[in-house]
Design a protein around this ligand. Sequence first.
Ligand SMILES: *[C@@H]1O[C@H](CO)[C@@H](O)[C@H](O)[C@H]1NC(C)=O
Ligand SMILES: *[C@@H]1O[C@H](CO)[C@@H](O)[C@H](O)[C@H]1NC(C)=O
Ligand SMILES: *[C@@H]1O[C@H](CO)[C@@H](O)[C@H](O)[C@H]1NC(C)=O
Ligand SMILES: *[C@@H]1O[C@H](CO)[C@@H](O)[C@H](O)[C@H]1NC(C)=O
Ligand SMILES: *[C@@H]1O[C@H](CO)[C@@H](O)[C@H](O)[C@H]1NC(C)=O
Ligand SMILES: *[C@@H]1O[C@H](CO)[C@@H](O)[C@H](O)[C@H]1NC(C)=O
Ligand SMILES: *[C@@H]1O[C@H](CO)[C@@H](O)[C@H](O)[C@H]1NC(C)=O
Ligand SMILES: *[C@@H]1O[C@H](CO)[C@@H](O)[C@H](O)[C@H]1NC(C)=O
Ligand SMILES: *[C@@H]1O[C@H](CO)[C@@H](O)[C@H](O)[C@H]1NC(C)=O
Length: 542
Amino acid sequence: MLVFLLIVSVFHQGLAVVSYGDNFITAFPENLGFFYPSDALNRLRVTALHDNTNFKTMSVVFPKSSEVNQLGSSNLSVRITSDKNITVVSISRRANSTQSNVVQPTVNLGTNYLIPMLDYPGYLESFNLSRTVSTTMRYSSFKLLIINAVDSQNSITIVKQTSAGVQEETFNIDSYQVFQLQTNGSVLRVKSSKEVAVILTHPCVETESCNCNMIVNQILPTKFQGRSFIIPSTFNVAVTKLLMLSENTSSLFHNGTTLQATPSTLLPLSDLQKSQLVNAAEPVSLRLISPGLIVELIPETMFHACYLLQLSQANGKALVIAETDSKDDVRRNSGLLSASNWAAIAGTNYSSAVVTIPDLLATIWHPTSRIGVYVLQHISAKVMFGGPAVPISEKPDLHGCVVAPGAFEIGHDHLTWAKSREYCINKGRQFACPLTESVHNDMADNLTEGDGDGWIGLRRCLLTTDWYWQEEYDPPNFMNYVHWDDGHPLDPSKGLCTSVSLDPENDFKWQSARCCDKKKPVCYKRPAYLSLFYFWPVDINV
Ligand SMILES: *[C@@H]1O[C@H](CO)[C@@H](O)[C@H](O)[C@H]1NC(C)=O
Ligand SMILES: *[C@@H]1O[C@H](CO)[C@@H](O)[C@H](O)[C@H]1NC(C)=O
Ligand SMILES: *[C@@H]1O[C@H](CO)[C@@H](O)[C@H](O)[C@H]1NC(C)=O
Ligand SMILES: *[C@@H]1O[C@H](CO)[C@@H](O)[C@H](O)[C@H]1NC(C)=O
Ligand SMILES: *[C@@H]1O[C@H](CO)[C@@H](O)[C@H](O)[C@H]1NC(C)=O
Ligand SMILES: *[C@@H]1O[C@H](CO)[C@@H](O)[C@H](O)[C@H]1NC(C)=O
Ligand SMILES: *[C@@H]1O[C@H](CO)[C@@H](O)[C@H](O)[C@H]1NC(C)=O
Ligand SMILES: *[C@@H]1O[C@H](CO)[C@@H](O)[C@H](O)[C@H]1NC(C)=O
Ligand SMILES: *[C@@H]1O[C@H](CO)[C@@H](O)[C@H](O)[C@H]1NC(C)=O
């Protein structure tokens, strides 16, 4: 029993924070259409994870003049709701300026956000950029978009660090309203009475040679923090720095040195050609910042087994971080990933590789372990946009990306073994077949009946008396795992079929029994997998 509990706890260590859901709210930072009427684009890309999904978008018409540098409140939020789980990515583009952002479902939003204390002149100086593009007041600071995610008034508190000390300012915003403010790096924190989304934006941060790029970085609540991060190599982007946020000032450890981090210092990194490990003494969020790009990094505890990649142009790049021992098992869609440039990451058991994704939509997943995936696309040789791919499933599965987990269910009536199998099949299920210890543990987790026995899909062949699994989809040719009770299995004359004890006291042990005995059927509902072939995304131009 103890062993069993330990194994279960290992599986539950990671945080299941998937970026799909049935309710989303976001806003676009500036009405680029006002300045670039011919080539501007504000787009939402919605991908259904299940068949026959219906979704609705609300309030998506931007009057051309209304959003330009509109500080204060506005009602130009975009809401998306659906009857089944979907993912939403927002994309904003004009000629040389593009940004994409994974829109978080409202279940992932919070009421307390730490804000990067980025002062725009300080940011330019830190990257040794002269101010060439953004000369007007409008472009001279980062902005925060605070979006009320609930259908009622929400009290917002802005906590600022000023020369006179920490000051708070509180005001209300109405249902689903947006509040936009400029920040010179003095905003420490945004608090609210109910859930809000917070986005750090800039319409046009300087990059190189008189160009600029838009910034859209949705700030994530503290449940997304971690202590261990793999900083992805950014394949030749000129300069990259780190910005750390934590409740308490925390130290960062990188390649044997300690970096003293604050919410306003951009920390230099030594070698940008390699992915590198950074550890923190306390839970932190880390952002990778380069001219034209702000990316919130995925803590190692939040690596997932499967990611959805949504690119806005073909042949974008993905950076994949996988355990070195199983890196060759990483999959893209239904095949192997086939990356040739894996590089081991010093101080970790991980390697990372940069791969080109030919299509606009792909999955990258691992059948047995958790990985990290970023999507980054080039605007020019030194400027990129993108960020973490959309995490879909946390738990690895041999067959693909699970969008609805499988489940074990017990029938009500006592039936023979053969009738039990029929019962499961008639209900669109299959007989429970715990082929491995981890499946057995899942089954035990699902069996809450408390007492009695249930039939499972293991029996002996009448002729040879060999054991075999009655697996409907994928009959295995092996029997590696068993969980027999003491004294079992009995002699073939005393039992050709197998039952599982439904009593936790008895550790869900298996017993052999006569097939005509009557017990409750234990059925298995197979998981639902993501199938890109069926679920091509829908683009909504806003
Ligand atoms: C949004 O605000 C504008 C002006 O403030 C108002 O005219 C309009 O009716 C509002 N729209 C909605 C859907 O509330
Ligand atoms: C959507 O996903 C959540 C989280 O995984 C799950 O609890 C919920 O049942 C899913 N909803 C639907 C309609 O599939
Ligand atoms: C786009 O960038 C290139 C250089 O990277 C520059 O030559 C060109 O003028 C830019 N176009 C626009 C519309 O900004
Ligand atoms: C900053 O840029 C100037 C020219 O714009 C150059 O002379 C100087 O060496 C640069 N400094 C650093 C630290 O890169
Ligand atoms: C930012 O603005 C606040 C007032 O909102 C001011 O007290 C502070 O000195 C300013 N900081 C910088 C770096 O300009
Ligand atoms: C921050 O530090 C205080 C005092 O050192 C401690 O009580 C608190 O738990 C810390 N908070 C976090 C989130 O670590
Ligand atoms: C780590 O530091 C050593 C010297 O202490 C240096 O040779 C090495 O290149 C550094 N590695 C990275 C990835 O920065
Ligand atoms: C790498 O794996 C080995 C063996 O599994 C383990 O002992 C070691 O602690 C791991 N190293 C790191 C840095 O996680
Ligand atoms: C039940 O079984 C499913 C499918 O194997 C598994 O994902 C889940 O963790 C199990 N546990 C519970 C409590 O549902």
